[in-house]
Design a protein around this ligand. Structure first.
Ligand code: NAD
Ligand code: DAU
Length: 334
C-alpha cells in the first residue's frame, strides 16, 4: 500500500510515520511537508532511509495532484496548529487548514483515493468546568479561535466532499496530545524546557482550564484502527480519559523535575481561552475495539520529560525563537 502522509515532519505526523514504519512494514510511506517553523526534518531521522520525503505545500495543486495520483491512502495531518499564533496572524491558518484541505480533497476525488482527515476536539468549542458533559460525535460545532474555526471549516469540507462527490473519507477529532517531538511552543514542552533552562513555567490565567491529555502513540494507534476498520463518511472522537487542569500539569512537571510545586508564574490569559475539553470515545472503543495503552498520565509525563532531557539538540535551536515569538504576540495582543 502506498501512503501519503501530509505534515509528517510535525509532532503527531512524525510519530505516526515512526509507528507506521515499525508496525506496517508493507506500507510505502511518502511524507509531504512544507517545513514551516513547526516542521523539523530531524524528527524523521530515525526512519529517513525507509520513507520518501517531499518538501512542498499542500495548497500547491500540481504537486498534490502528482503525489495523490500514485497513492492508495492519504492521511492528512498538515496544519497550522497553534491557537496563540492564530490570534496574531490567522492568514496561514486559512491558507493551510482550509485551502490546503480543499486542494487535497479535489485530488483524492479525482483519483478516488481513500482519505483520512486528522482534526481536533476544539471544533466543538468548550465545556464549563463544572459540566459533567463530554464531547460526542453529535456535539454541534462551535469553534472559538481562528485555529479551531479553520479546522472546523476543513472538517465540513470533508463531510461535503463525502456526500456530494462520494469521496471515501473518515474524520477523527482528537484531544490534546503529549509525547516526544512536540514543538516547544506547546504547553507541556514549553514548561518542561523552561524548567530545563532555568526559567519558571508560565500559566495562563488562573491555571484552572482543563485539557483531556492523550499520548501521541495512542492517538496514532486510533488513527490506524479507523483506517482499517472505520466506516466511510464517519467521524470518530479520539480520547483516553485524561482530563487535568493546567495548574496540576505544571505542578506535576515541577515535582517530577525535583523542584518546588509552586515555582511557576501566572501570566496574562489567552484571549477567548477555551475552558475545558473532554472526549467521550465510546464509538471508537465499542464499534472499532480501540483501547489506549498509556493510562498513567504521570508516568507518560515523566517519560516525556526524560525525552526532552535527552534530546536537547532537537529542541534547543527552536527555544529562543519560540520565546521571542511569545513576547512579540504579547505586545500585539496587549
Ligand atoms: P505541528 O504544528 O506540530 O505540525 C504541523 C506540520 O504541518 C509541520 O510539519 C508543518 O511543517 C506542516 N505544514 C504546515 N503547513 C503546511 C502546508 N501548507 N503544506 C505542507 N505542510 C505543512 O502539528 P501537530 O500538533 O502535529 O498537529 C497535527 C494535526 O493534528 C493537525 O491537523 C492538528 O490540527 C491535529 N491535532 C493536534 C492535536 C495536538 O494536541 N497537537 C490534537 C488534535 C488534533
Ligand atoms: O485539543 C486539541 C488541541 O490541543 C489541538 O487541536 C491543538 O493543535 C493543540 O495545540 C492543542 O491546543 P491547546 O490550545 O489546548 O494547546 P496549548 O498547548 O497551546 O495549551 C494547552 C493549555 O495550556 C491551554 O489551556 C493554554 C495553556 N497554556 C499554554 C501555554 C503555551 C498555558 O497555561 N501556558 C502556556 O505557556
Amino acid at each position: 500500500m502506498r501512503l501519503l502522509v501530509t505534515g509528517g515532519a510535525g509532532f503527531i505526523g512524525a510519530n505516526f510515520v515512526h509507528q507506521t514504519v515499525a508496525d506496517h512494514p508493507d506500507v510505502e510511506v511518502t511524507v509531504l511537508d512544507k517545513l514551516t517553523y513547526a516542521g523539523n526534518r530531524a524528527s524523521l531521522d530515525p526512519v529517513a532511509d525507509k520513507i520518501t520525503f517531499v518538501h512542498g505545500d499542500i495548497a500547491d495543486p500540481e504537486l498534490v495532484d502528482r503525489l495523490v495520483a500514485t497513492a492508495d491512502l492519504v492521511v492528512h495531518f498538515a496544519a497550522e496548529s497553534h491557537n496563540d499564533n492564530s490570534l496574531t496572524d490567522p492568514t496561514p491558518f486559512v491558507h493551510t487548514n482550509v485551502v490546503g484541505t480543499f486542494t487535497l480533497l479535489e485530488a483524492v476525488r479525482r483519483y478516488d483515493v481513500r482519505y483520512h482527515h486528522i482534526s481536533t476536539d476544539e471544533v466543538y468549542g468548550d465545556l464549563e468546568l463544572d459540566d459533567p458533559a463530554r464531547f460526542t460525535e453529535e456535539t454541534p460545532y462551535n469553534p472559538s479561535s481562528p485555529y479551531s474555526s479553520t479546522k472546523a471549516g476543513s472538517d465540513l469540507l470533508v463531510r461535503a466532499w463525502v456526500r456530494s462527490f462520494g469521496v471515501r473519507a473518515t474524520i477523527s477529532n482528537c484531544s490534546n496530545n503529549y509525547g516526544p517531538y512536540q514543538h516547544v511552543e506547546k504547553f507541556i514542552p514549553r514548561q518542561i524546557t523552561n524548567v530545563l533552562t532555568g526559567v519558571r513555567p508560565k500559566l495562563y490565567g488562573t491555571g484552572a482550564n482543563v485539557r483531556d491529555w492523550i499520548h501521541v502513540d495512542d492517538h496514532n494507534s486510533a488513527v490506524w484502527t479507523i483506517i482499517e476498520k472505520g466506516r466511510i463518511g464517519e467521524t470518530y472522537l479520539i480520547g483516553a480519559d485524561g482530563e487535568s487542569d493546567n495548574r496540576t500539569v505544571v505542578e506535576t512537571v515541577l515535582e517530577l523535575c525535583g523542584q518546588d510545586k509552586d515555582a511557576f508564574d501566572f501570566v496574562t490569559d489567552r484571549p477567548g481561552h477555551d475552558l475545558r475539553y473532554a472526549i467521550d470515545a465510546t464509538r471508537l472503543r465499542t464499534e472499532l475495539g480501540w483501547e489506549p495503552r498509556y493510562r498513567d498520565f504521570r508516568a507518560g509525563l515523566a517519560a516525556t520529560i526524560e525525552w526532552y532531557r535527552t534530546h536537547e539538540t532537537w529542541w534547543m535551536p527552536q527555544k529562543t525563537a519560540t520565546e521571542a515569538a511569545y513576547e512579540r504576540n504579547e505586545r500585539i495582543l496587549g
